[in-house]
Design a protein around this ligand. Structure first.
Ligand SMILES: [Zn+2]
Length: 270
């Protein structure tokens, strides 16, 4: 049973009419990247073709997020890339530039310029080429266990640093590992972010402070992506069910085994 069979009000109630904010990690071969979250260059190009075939507009995140759902048009798509890996410059930037598409890059100032990561010069070049940069916290750490001063550094200093380096406003935060709580969300809004991106795979709600994103994996085929873009309910429910099952377990592990915090994901990747 596909969501196409659902009535428009039902689709609206389920939130399937909102923008599709896609969440990518690495693209192409890169050292140290988790292969489960790394798509190939061809795969990304195929996804972009699929987006075009579906009649979706690719918009900057702020535009896709704030646009109210318009039943007369295919939902807007935003392309987000987490972690600031070198492949953002080497692989993604050329693919998007060739097609004149905007991309949204969530970076950690703490890793910029390190081996395998973007440099500030590369980020500036990308920004001049129409790409946008947002915060993935200062360092790639879990945010929920942090005391207030460290949390403020992760949220506020990362925003300021990216804005200082690139000369453009930073409006969105994506928490590393999708590790969010009410306290982290409130601190982020207090630090001046307009909204916080999650790793909960669902279409985004226009103007909501939490921006759900649809994670794209190595295993996501063009056909899988087509179903997610169309808003078929089954793949979304399948992903939600998996997250709902895994999330409490991972969170419990996180709090019982603090030593794992540095390398275990709470809510999947991000
Ligand atoms: Zn991340």
């Amino acid at each position: 049973m596909e969501a196409r069979g659902l009535s428009r009000p039902a689709r609206r109630r389920l939130g399937l009419d909102g923008a599709r904010v896609l969440l990518y990690h690495g693209v192409g071969k890169s050292k140290g990247a988790d292969p489960r979250y790394t798509v190939t260059r061809n795969q990304l190009a195929g996804h972009l073709e699929q987006i075009g075939r579906g009649g979706h507009r690719v918009l900057p995140l702020s535009a896709a997020w704030s646009a109210p759902a318009d039943e007369a048009r295919a939902p807007a798509v935003a392309l987000t890339f987490d972690d600031g890996g070198a492949s953002d410059y080497e692989q993604v930037f050329p693919i998007l530039s060739e097609r004149g598409l905007p991309g949204e890059f969530f970076v950690n100032p703490g890793t910029m310029g390190r081996r395998g990561y973007l440099s500030w010069d590369q980020a500036r070049e990308m920004a001049r080429g129409g790409m946008r940069f947002q915060s993935h916290a200062y360092d790639h750490v879990y945010l929920t266990p942090l005391p207030a001063p460290s949390l403020q550094r992760q949220l506020g200093d990362s925003k300021r640093r990216i804005e200082d380096e690139l000369g453009r406003p930073v409006e969105f935060l994506a928490a590393p590992y999708g590790d969010l709580s009410r306290r982290v969300r409130q601190a982020a809004l207090a630090a001046g972010y307009r909204a916080i991106c999650t790793s909960w795979s669902w279409p985004a709600r226009a103007g909501a402070r939490s921006v759900d994103r649809v994670a794209v994996y190595a295993s996501t085929t063009a056909e899988d992506l087509a179903r997610l873009l169309r808003g078929d309910v089954v793949p979304y429910l399948r992903r939600a069910g998996r997250s709902a099952l895994l999330y409490p377990v991972k969170r419990a592990v996180l709090h019982l085994r603090p030593a794992w915090r540095s390398d275990q994901a709470v809510e999947g990747p991000a």
